[in-house]
Ligand binder design. Structure first.
Ligand code: NAD
Length: 368
């Protein structure tokens, strides 16, 4: 059988810096675990614009459609802020998501014990926290028609339309139930069925899909209550399934329960390909961080954890993903910190590559 294939799009700013550490980790799995990946690299965002005049070349898009997984660093930066909207770096990212039809966005909110003090919540509320938010990514109010700003009775009116087909709700629900099956077998679906018809349909369809996953405990919650519960008692949740708009807000809210942007991975999954693997793109939640670019200050962990998600969700290497996550847990417990993770007590932060070094050492220790 051929090796799993991975397309690396490091992008702009700190993207290439954090991705360098991921490449070392991929190399480690090759040398030490005999797991080889067919890795190719290409340009996205401003880097692609500089070379091709577009933020994603057609050839790169075609490659992304063929590989088992895409791993993206970050796009954007001040040099590209004044570009026409159609060629802004973010358009490259959006094109990938759209043309790969990545409809399920997975945003874990996991609190590493050593970083519990970074949360905005009390330590006991977040210690051991491990939530997965599955956000529908390709439909809903961000895409629904009609939309726009119109003049009615001499007054401007802003219009966006929340529109969901049952097929769109269902495929995301299946992704969420599958996720719950691999985790704690608990799924909470969030909508506003009390005031929105799309919410009523959402609740009905999720309930129907539940019939195929009887082992999963399903609950429903209004999204506003969900937001309250996330900051009141977040550990009550395992997997949350919600729409594009609520998911955008709730996943950012959940992310802050865990501390730094430099720690947050994500995945976006689509339909299964011929080999049974879902179309997939993995990327840290953070952006290109121009304020620290080129200074070896970036925390590579979000990008490394994104690769761990690829191991688990694209390559069926859940044990190796756990090994990598455990190595990160170990180095954090031992006090390894990049600048973004320094507490008020201070100390000397590790550089990006020094953080890579200690994670590789912990991986070595894991196979002794
Ligand atoms: P950002 O995420 O790049 O940075 C926000 C803050 O967090 C900065 O102070 C930065 O130094 C810090 N930070 C981010 N990642 C870090 C890491 N790994 N280690 C340590 N510190 C980290 O968001 P921004 O400043 O609003 O945006 C900068 C650029 O990135 C913009 O051009 C924006 O459009 C783009 N952006 C891209 C993505 C993406 O590629 N997915 C996401 C968000 C923003």
């Amino acid at each position: 059988m051929s090796n799993p294939s991975l397309l690396i799009l490091a992008g702009d700013g700190i993207g290439p810096e954090v991705m360098d550490q991921v490449k070392r980790i991929i190399g480690w799995f090759g040398y030490k675990r005999d797991m080889s990946f067919d890795v190719s690299e290409d340009l996205v965002g401003g880097a692609a614009y500089d070379k091709h005049g577009v933020p994603l070349h057609d050839d790169t898009m075609a490659k992304a459609q063929e590989v088992d997984a895409v791993l993206l660093g970050a796009v954007g930066g001040p040099a590209y802020d004044d570009l026409d909207f159609s060629v802004k770096p973010e358009r490259g990212l959006l094109r990938l998501r759209k043309e790969m039809d990545l409809f399920a966005n997975l945003r874990p909110a996991q609190c590493f014990d050593a970083l519990a003090d970074f949360s905005s919540l009390k330590k006991e509320l977040v210690t051991g926290l491990d939530i997965m938010i599955v956000r529908e990514l390709t439909s809903g109010v961000y895409f629904g028609e009609p939309r726009g700003i119109h003049i009615e009775d001499n007054m401007r009116v802003g219009i966006n339309t929340q529109r969901y087909t049952e097929a769109e709700i269902e495929r995301g629900a299946r992704a969420a139930f599958e996720m719950a099956m691999k985790r704690g077998k608990k799924l909470c679906s969030m909508e506003k069925a009390n005031v929105m018809e799309s919410g009523i349909l959402w609740r009905d369809v999720v309930t129907e899909v539940h019939a195929d996953y009887p082992e999963v405990e399903l609950s429903h919650m209004y999204a506003d209550n969900g937001a309250m519960q996330l900051v009141r008692a977040p550990k009550q949740f395992d997997v949350i399934y919600t729409d594009n708009l609520f998911g955008d807000i709730l996943s950012d809210c959940a992310a802050m329960l865990t501390g730094s942007l430099g720690m947050l991975p994500s995945a976006s999954l689509g339909s299964p390909m011929a080999n049974g693997r879902p179309k997939a793109m993995y990327e840290p939640v953070h952006g290109s961080a121009p304020d620290i670019t080129g200074q070896e200050k970036a925390n590579p962990i979000a990008c490394i954890l994104s690769f761990a998600m690829a191991l688990r969700y694209s390559f069926d290497l859940g044990d190796e993903a756990t090994r990598l996550e455990a190595a990160i847990e170990t180095v954090l417990a031992n006090g390894a910190r990049t600048g973004d993770l320094m507490g008020p007590e201070g100390g000397t932060p590790l550089s990006t590559s020094q953080m890579g070094d200690v994670i590789l050492e912990a991986l070595d220790a894991s196979i002794l």
